[in-house]
Design a protein around this ligand. Structure first.
Ligand SMILES: NC(=O)c1ccc[n+]([C@@H]2O[C@H](COP(=O)([O-])OP(=O)(O)OC[C@H]3O[C@@H](n4cnc5c(N)ncnc54)[C@H](O)[C@@H]3O)[C@@H](O)[C@H]2O)c1
Ligand SMILES: O=P(O)(O)OC[C@H](O)CO
Length: 335
């Protein structure tokens, strides 16, 4: 039986532990809190992040990472992106020599603008053949109740991608492989910023044309950045690109969209943060994404306006007016 460690027991980590167990693995889920671990072991539920969903018996929980990591073939990482580097500095020495690292995260590191697979390679000292990324339209709560969905497993090693694909193929989750790690990670990180903007539009009362225009133009700026970084254009037409953008921008389950909606209704950043119990990755990722884009001479006007709303106090309606007043040009331009 395949052995997997999932760190940690937040929303997506808990649901992905269920996916792996339903696909036949023995899973150890690392919780930061003993109460959560006890509840998973005793009652098979994670009341803090996934109330009302029973986890399979093959999911066991611990608060001790070494217990989960010592014999794990798959090390699945689901922490907020800003915490990954410090977490892995602790965890990587406990990981076995042949284990594959699987990133479930959709964010960029502040200051360095590194993608999560880059942070894994640097801190764990492993090559790209031992890293895979899972991304796509995967709202945790829907996967938890087994609504059918598809996802992408990206790795530069086809063997690693296939290994992770077979580890997470269940009757309700259909994983496809993709060799384009850069494109899949960028799709996941930028869509969170665009979903913040989608929420703002919702909060201001704008309709479907506004949302569809935002999604299409959000995809255009994702593709410009991807092209500059060598990503495959077709990745953005797929699950980790358009698929995830549509899911996240359209669903009230999305934490990023909900965060943006509150800003659109007039709340301040501080007020929204005070209510936010789970991570909304776009809030921290928009600056490193913009820094990356600026360094490459790529224009990301929507991401820039989201940053202005978040960090410069620009009212969301002014951000919309600004975007609408730019001199209109051709629909596609490389930069
Ligand atoms: N929830 C989803 O629907 C979903 C789907 C796909 C991808 N993701 C991505 O997965 C990643 C994790 O998201 P989530 O939904 O599980 O988040 P979450 O907020 O629900 O859970 C975060 C987990 O990380 C732990 N954590 C928080 N701060 C930490 C810190 N400083 N150091 C160590 N651990 C810390 C928490 O205890 C919790 O277990 C994000 O990058 C997110 O974009 C989420
Ligand atoms: O709740 P969000 O906004 O973090 O989005 C969750 C997933 O990434 C959707 O695929």
């Amino acid at each position: 039986m395949r052995r997997a460690a999932v760190l940690t027991a937040g929303s997506w980590g808990t649901v992905f532990a269920k996916v792996l167990a339903d696909a036949g693995a023995r899973v150890t889920l690392v919780a930061r809190d003993r109460e959560v671990a006890d509840s998973i072991n005793g009652r098979h539920v994670n009341p803090r992040y996934l109330d009302g969903v029973r986890l399979p018996d093959q999911v066991r929980a611990t608060v001790r990472p070494e217990q989960a990591l010592r014999d794990a073939e798959l090390v699945v990482l689901a922490v907020p992106s800003h915490a990954l580097r410090s977490c892995l500095l602790d965890w990587a020495p406990m990981v076995g020599p042949g284990a594959v690292y699987v990133s479930l995260m959709k964010g960029m590191e502040a200051v360095t603008s590194h993608r999560m697979s880059e942070v894994i390679a640097q801190t764990a000292g492993v090559g790209p053949d031992r890293i895979a990324v899972v991304s796509g339209p995967n709202l945790a709560r829907e996967i938890a109740v087994e609504h059918p969905a598809a996802t992408v497993v990206a790795s530069s090693s086809a063997a690693t991608a296939h290994q992770v694909q077979s580890a997470c193929w269940t009757p309700y989750l259909r994983p496809y492989t993709n060799g384009d790690v850069v494109g899949c990670e960028l799709g996941g990180a930028v869509k969170n910023v665009i979903a913040l903007a989608a929420g703002m539009l919702e909060g201001m009362g704008f309709g479907t044309n506004s949302q569809a225009s935002l999604i299409a133009r959000g995809l255009a700026e994702t593709m410009r950045l991807g092209a500059a970084l060598g990503a495959e254009p077709m990745t953005f037409a797929g699950l980790a690109g358009l698929g995830d953008l549509v899911a996240t921008c359209g669903s009230p389950l999305s934490r990023n969209r909900t965060f943006g909606e509150r800003l659109g209704r007039g709340m301040t950043l501080e007020q929204v943060l005070a209510q936010q119990l789970q991570v909304a990755e776009g809030v921290r990722s928009c600056r490193p994404l913009l820094a990356l884009a600026e360094g490459l001479g790529v224009s990301m006007p929507i991401t820039r306006q989201v940053e202005r709303v978040l960090y410069e106090g620009l009212p969301p309606l002014e951000a919309v007016k600004d975007l609408m007043s730019h001199e209109p040009g051709p629909e596609y331009r490389p930069r």
